[in-house]
Write a protein that binds this ligand. Structure first.
Ligand code: PLP
Length: 296
C-alpha cells in the first residue's frame, strides 16, 4: 500500500462545471507526481481553503464539523460551495487507502482554480501523522504575540477573512520561526486590545478548578473541532465548560492550559512567556486518550 495517498476531485462543487463531465467525482492520483498547474490561484495567491482531519485507526474524526467549517470558509471567500457529499466520500476513501496506523490525517484543499477560469480545484491528501508523543506528555513552551488587530475584527473588517481557514498561512508559519527565535515551540495570538485569540494552528483551552474554558467564536478565530470534542469529553466527566473573553492575566492564573488541534491533539503548555506553567498530566493523558479513540 502507498505510504501517502492523493485523490483529485473532478467535481469539487455542484455549482461549477466538472473538470471532466464523464469522469467519477474523484480519482486517485500519484502524490509523487506533479498535479497542480503553476497557474492555480492556490499557488500564485494562496486563494483557497483547507481542512486537516485526524484519522484514528482508519476513522476520520470530527468529519462533519470539519465539513461544515470547510463550507463556511468557502462562503467567506465566495468560492463555489464544496459538494460535501463528494468531499466526505473522498476523505473516507483516502483514509481507507492508507496502510493501517493508529494516527493519520487527511488534508482537504479547495482553491479558486486557474485565474479567469470557472472551475475550482480540489484534492484530498492522506498520510501517517508525525509522532507527537513527547509534546503531549512533556508539554510545549508558548509565547504570546500580538496579532495586530482588535478582537472584533470579524465584524468590523470581514474582508480580512479572520476566522476562515484559508491557504494564506505564511503568517501562521512565520510565527513559529519567531517562537523558535525566542526559544519557544508555539504561539498564542493576542488581539491588539488584549484578548486571547488562538494559536497559529490550534485553539486555546484552559482549566480553572472544575471548569474548562476557551476564548470561543466571534473573535476572528476558528471554531475548533478538537476544542468541541475536548469540551464534550470534559462534560462527560461532570466538568463545567464555557467560552469566555480571555485576557493574558486570566490565562496566566489558569490551573492548566493546552493548545488543541487535529493531528497533534492536546499539547499541554509547560511554559508561558518564559515562566513555568503547571501541567495537569492526568487530564492531559485522559483527553488525548479520548481524542485518539474517536471513531467519528
Ligand atoms: N485555529 C487555527 C488558526 C488553526 O489553523 C487550527 C487548525 O489547524 C485550529 C485553530 C484548530 O482547529 P481543529 O481543532 O479543528 O484542528
Amino acid at each position: 500500500m502507498a505510504q501517502h495517498v492523493l485523490a483529485i476531485l473532478n467535481r469539487p462543487s455542484a455549482d461549477a462545471p466538472a473538470h471532466d463531465p464523464a469522469a467519477p467525482p474523484f480519482t486517485f492520483a500519484d502524490p509523487d507526481s506533479p498535479q497542480l498547474t503553476v497557474l492555480d490561484l492556490a499557488a500564485t495567491r494562496g486563494d483557497g481553503i483547507f481542512e486537516t482531519i485526524s484519522v484514528g485507526n482508519g476513522h476520520p474524526q470530527a468529519l462533519e464539523h470539519h465539513l461544515q467549517r470547510f463550507a463556511k470558509s468557502a462562503r467567506m471567500l465566495e468560492l463555489p460551495a464544496p459538494d460535501l457529499a463528494v468531499w466526505r466520500d473522498a476523505v473516507h476513501a483516502a483514509a481507507a487507502a492508507l496502510p493501517p496506523a493508529p494516527e493519520a490525517f487527511v488534508k482537504a484543499v479547495l482553491t479558486r482554480g486557474i485565474e479567469g477560469g470557472a472551475r475550482p480545484t480540489g484534492w484530498v491528501y492522506a498520510a501517517h501523522s508525525p509522532d507527537f508523543t513527547r509534546q503531549r506528555a512533556e508539554g510545549i513552551r508558548v509565547i504570546m504575540l500580538d496579532r495586530g488587530y482588535r478582537h472584533d475584527v470579524e465584524s468590523t473588517s470581514p474582508w480580512l477573512l479572520a476566522g476562515a481557514k484559508t491557504l494564506s498561512y505564511a503568517i501562521n508559519r512565520a510565527v513559529f520561526r519567531e517562537a523558535a527565535r525566542r526559544d519557544a515551540d508555539d504561539v498564542i495570538f493576542v488581539s491588539s486590545d488584549g484578548i486571547i485569540l488562538e494559536g497559529p494552528t490550534s485553539t486555546v483551552v484552559y482549566r480553572r478548578g472544575d471548569g474548562l474554558y476557551s476564548p470561543g467564536t466571534g473573535l476572528g478565530i476558528l471554531d475548533g473541532t478538537t476544542q468541541a470534542n475536548v469540551f464534550r469529553y470534559a462534560e462527560s466527566l461532570g466538568m463545567q465548560t464555557a467560552f469566555e473573553l480571555t485576557t493574558p492575566e486570566i490565562l496566566r492564573e489558569a490551573d492548566a492550559a493546552w493548545l488543541v488541534s487535529s493531528v497533534r491533539l492536546a499539547a499541554p503548555i509547560r511554559e508561558l512567556d518564559g515562566e513555568p506553567f503547571p501541567i495537569d498530566h492526568d487530564l492531559s493523558s485522559a483527553i488525548n486518550e479520548y481524542l485518539r479513540g474517536l471513531t467519528a
